[in-house]
Design a protein around this ligand. Structure first.
Ligand SMILES: [Zn+2]
Length: 182
């Protein structure tokens, strides 16, 4: 399973995978998404933005001229294209990986569809953009909600894991002794 194809994955060349999971429909998690041969999964709340570049762009909430400029950046800097066959998954969806599972945990706020993945029995909780230290404290798009984000922070803290993995700044955090919110 490949989770959140990033610029680094794009540069190295995507590893072979049977499935791709996207935590949420932001360009830095969707690099060259149309090039990946495996099925792509994203939470049902905004699967439309992965299926259609135009929907993704509209979700930025930018006025027309700025949206055009942003669209050019998505296409040229992040190589984002429509992925019309993206599959919708719901909270609690479990991927069977052979000896381990990855369970979708819907933690909205940063975006409406934002999800984390709990990998068991290892106890690795990939929290994606729950940690926005290097960008935040908060940023999002038209589907964002601060109230949902705060609820998701609480929900995230309630998950017992051995490691917490973030997409952006903090990397891997050992245990619950360290605050996920920094
Ligand atoms: Zn994001």
């Amino acid at each position: 399973m490949l989770v959140d194809p990033s610029l680094a994955v794009g540069e190295r060349g995507a590893p072979s995978a049977d499935a791709v999971v996207v935590s949420h429909a932001h360009e830095d998690h969707l690099v060259a998404i149309d090039q990946l041969p495996a099925p792509v999964h994203v939470h049902e709340a905004d699967v439309a933005a992965v299926r259609s570049f135009e929907v993704l762009l509209a979700g930025s909430g930018l006025p027309e001229e700025a949206a055009r400029e942003f669209g050019r950046s998505l296409a040229s800097d992040f190589h984002v294209r429509s992925r019309p066959d993206a599959l919708a998954v719901a909270d609690g969806h479990r991927f069977e990986l052979g000896g381990r599972t990855a369970t979708v945990v819907h933690l909205p706020g940063h975006t409406a569809e934002h999800c984390s993945l709990l990998v068991e029995p290892d106890g690795f909780f990939y929290v994606a953009d729950i940690d926005l230290s290097s960008l935040g404290p908060f940023h999002g798009d038209v589907g964002s909600s601060l109230a949902d984000f705060e609820r998701s922070l609480e929900g995230c803290g309630a998950v017992e894991a051995r490691w917490y993995g973030t997409f952006h700044h903090k990397g891997v955090i050992d245990g619950r002794g360290s605050s996920v919110a920094g």
